[in-house]
Design a protein around this ligand. Structure first.
Ligand code: NAD
Ligand code: UDP
Length: 313
């Protein structure tokens, strides 16, 4: 059935892929974005489509639209960007959540929160399960993002308990793919762009810290299953359980690009988590979801995208 759907942060990396799927399914989509880290390029192909509307707006300011579903994705996701204006990042998470929840309450829409593996901080439990409460430094340089997302989860569950708002909460682990901004600062885009340009590959620390990388198409499938499942509000981990060290990622990118770039080490940023890997048993059980795209295949698709982008610019 055709629905009216609001996607905040819809001009960003994940939001634009999500909107493509929603439009393909025949829904009417409103994209709300202030273009802080998003790009017109990500949604240019949709401008003029009668099922698509673009709203340049800041999610921290209240908005009124009539919709059936709301996906709240507005928030810078790369440490470089969320630390650029840390106070604004907290406001975006907290006030953005309040505005989406208030709207959902008024129009009785189902509302979805893009939370993050960062709620687990530098985890003592490995792999991370949803019941783990996390280890976050509340006064560190990542706290604006981690604590902002933790409060937004609190707000989602309080609106659910107190006002009966129909919520869905996912905790997203590192996701990559086409439409990441080349200057985004996250590790996959950094390494691919560095390798394609023949620049040094900047491994922070000794590269032994681990991450688990999910290809964007797999993640968006998980979003849709979660939003449309009837009896489960979350939180649920969505990510690829394959775990790699950052050094292994650098070596894979060099091999797949055939680059002559050298690996150099730079200081490890403060509070950088040592390891991260999702336990996705709950997503498997409740959503019959698991990622399908192996790292090497996803990297090849991403390399193809960045190669074309760099040649055109
Ligand atoms: P992104 O930076 O590409 O997209 C974020 C979008 O939100 C951008 O279009 C940006 O312009 C917009 N935005 C930022 N602040 C806003 C504001 N105040 N008002 C309106 N729009 C605003 O990042 P992404 O990777 O697409 O992430 C999307 C969501 O998923 C974020 O909430 C992020 O925290 C979450 N997430 C992403 C990952 C990942 O690996 N990509 C991991 C965990 C969580
Ligand atoms: N990283 C790196 N080189 C870079 C960018 C990131 O070694 O050019 C490391 C970073 O220190 C972290 C990991 O890669 O350990 C993932 O970083 P990213 O910013 O992509 O996401 P995070 O999971 O830290 O939020």
């Amino acid at each position: 059935m055709n629905k009216r759907i609001l996607v905040t942060g819809g001009a960003g990396f994940l939001g634009s892929h999500l909107i493509d799927r929603l439009i393909e399914q025949g829904h009417d989509v409103i994209c709300l974005d202030n273009f802080f880290t998003g790009a017109k390029e990500n949604i240019r192909h949709l401008l003029g489509n009668p099922n698509f509307e673009l709203m340049r707006w800041d999610v921290t300011d209240p908005f009124k639209v009539e919709v059936d579903q709301i996906y709240n994705l507005a928030c810078p996701a790369s440490p470089v960007h969320y630390q650029f204006n840390a106070i604004k990042t907290v406001k975006t998470s907290v006030m953005g959540a309040i505005n989406c929840l208030g709207l959902a309450k008024r129009v009785q829409a189902r509302v979805f929160q893009a939370s993050t593996s960062e709620v687990y901080g530098d985890p003592e439990v490995h792999p991370q399960v949803e019941s783990y409460r996390g280890s976050v430094n509340p006064i560190g340089i990542r706290a604006c993002y981690d604590e902002g997302k933790r409060v937004s989860e609190t707000l989602f569950f309080d609106y659910h308990r107190q006002n009966g708002v129909d919520i869905r909460v996912v905790r997203i682990f590192n996701t990559y793919g086409p439409r990441m901004h080349p200057g985004d600062g996250r590790v996959v885009s950094n390494f691919i762009v560095q390798a394609l340009r023949g620049d040094n590959i900047t491994v922070y620390g000794d590269g032994s810290q681990t991450r688990s990388f999910c290809y964007v198409d797999d993640l968006v499938e998980g979003f849709l299953r979660m939003m449309n499942c009837e009896d489960f509000v979350g939180p649920v981990n969505l990510g690829n359980p394959g775990e790699f060290t950052i050094l292994q990622l650098a070596e894979a990118v060099i091999r797949l690009t055939g680059s002559k770039s050298k690996i150099i080490n730079e200081p490890l940023p403060q509070d950088d988590p040592l390891q991260r890997k999702p336990d996705i048993s709950l997503a498997r059980e409740k959503l019959s979801w698991e990622p399908k795209v192996p790292l090497e295949e996803g990297l090849k698709k991403s390399i193809h995208y960045f190669d074309k982008l760099l040649k055109e610019s």
